[in-house]
Design a protein around this ligand. Structure first.
Ligand code: SF4
Length: 372
């Protein structure tokens, strides 16, 4: 049974009601449990009833993270190769309807220049990011890009359009490290409201992507939701956990990461249905740590510096630093359209200083290929 069939067995409203009606006395009982906690217990930690227990939840998350990951934080940087996109997503600067901007897709020579510049910054793990322009940024283009970037970096991952199984198999044979693809929201109704046109409108094809990647032998997959698309962030997060739980059981050799980006201003930006507060964000992140102690939790530069510095110690294991979200930003200075505004503009060196002040050790690459 595919995950979509599983998802369709649940009623969004029912899960929402269960989370909202958790009694406060249930929270200490879950906080005392040894992780991993169950999906049922996760509802308790995501609930409004857990809010008074936030200091305790954060403490548990910190403890578990340091036990499992040591005093390390992994660093990576995105390399945007293209801002062309055939989809209309009302929250994104790359959306097809945003006609006032210059679209570019890097040539092999330009990719090489970007790779050299990023390598000089010290990174060994990069994430290729593109819009979803399937006739431009097609699997063969990605293969060429991967071949170039593999000359410079130990780990190359992709955050691109969802691909077919045979394409993942081909990229895996070229040394692809991981695939990142966020479902954005698990509410099919809300998904339709934000994704107006293009292949991304196909909810089913997107949600089944981790399964295609898993069958193709991809060893690591990054899941995520875009906080702010639905008013009910707890319910959306719980469905993300349900997805993670399904994938862990069906693809037990795969590794997983999660990210919870919050909507940021961008050209063509849709107003968030809900602004997830800092406290809610901390609650979410900490609850997921208790749900899966070994889970990689990724934090991007969308968040502002002071808040990022705090989150480094809460449960996050992997961060981007020095990021630019326009293609050709590191070497070519194209000033092309950014996907979204960065909130933390500090250099990788500044981030490293902060980590060291917190007694955290920056790690420039992901786990060794031999270990995964
Ligand atoms: S979110 Fe992705 S698919 Fe949608 S417009 Fe932006 S780049 Fe394109």
């Amino acid at each position: 049974m595919s995950f979509l069939s599983v998802l369709n067995q649940y009623a969004w409203e029912e899960i929402h009601r269960e989370i909202q009606s958790v009694y406060p006395w249930a929270v200490p009982r879950v906080l005392r449990k040894d992780p991993p906690i169950s999906l049922q217990d996760l509802k308790v930690l995501l609930s409004p009833a857990c809010r008074p227990y936030l200091p305790e939840l954060v403490y548990r998350s910190q403890q578990i993270t340091r036990q499992r990951f040591g005093d390390t934080i992994h660093l990576f940087i995105p390399i945007y190769l293209s801002n062309e996109c055939h989809n209309i997503c009302t929250y994104c600067g790359f959306s097809l309807t945003n006609r006032s901007i210059r679209r570019i897709t890097l040539t092999p020579k330009q990719i090489e220049a970007e790779a050299r510049a990023v390598r000089q910054m010290g990174f060994e793990h990069v994430l290729i990011v593109t819009g979803e322009a399937w006739t431009v940024v097609h699997p063969e283009y990605l293969r060429q890009a991967l071949r170039i970037l593999k000359k410079y970096f130990v780990h190359v991952s992709v955050e691109v359009q969802p691909l077919q199984e045979e394409h993942y198999r081909m990229l895996r044979s070229e040394g692809l490290h991981a695939v990142v693809l966020y479902q954005e929201t698990y509410s099919q109704e809300v998904y339709r409201q934000y994704h107006l046109k293009g292949r991304k409108r196909n909810f089913a094809f997107r949600i089944e992507t981790p399964e295609r990647a898993g069958r193709a032998g991809i060893r690591k997959f990054g899941l995520g939701i875009l906080l702010g698309l639905t008013e009910e962030w707890q319910t959306d997060s719980w469905f993300l956990a349900l997805h993670l739980d399904y994938l862990r059981r069906h693809f037990w050799r795969m590794f997983f990461s999660v990210a919870f980006p919050r909507l940021r201003p961008a050209e063509g930006f849709a107003t968030p249905a809900k602004v997830v507060s800092d406290l809610e964000y901390v609650q979410l992140l900490s609850a997921f740590r208790l749900f899966d102690p070994d889970l990689e939790i990724v934090l991007s530069t969308r968040e502002r510096p002071q808040f990022r510095d705090f989150l480094f110690t809460v449960g996050v294991t992997t961060i981007s630093a020095g990021s630019r979200t326009e293609p050709g930003a590191y070497a070519l200075h194209t000033h092309a359209l950014r996907q979204f505004e960065i909130a933390d503009n500090r250099s990788p060196q500044e981030i490293i200083r902060v980590l060291q002040q917190k007694n955290l050790q920056p790690v420039w690459k992901d786990w060794e290929p031999a270990l995964v």
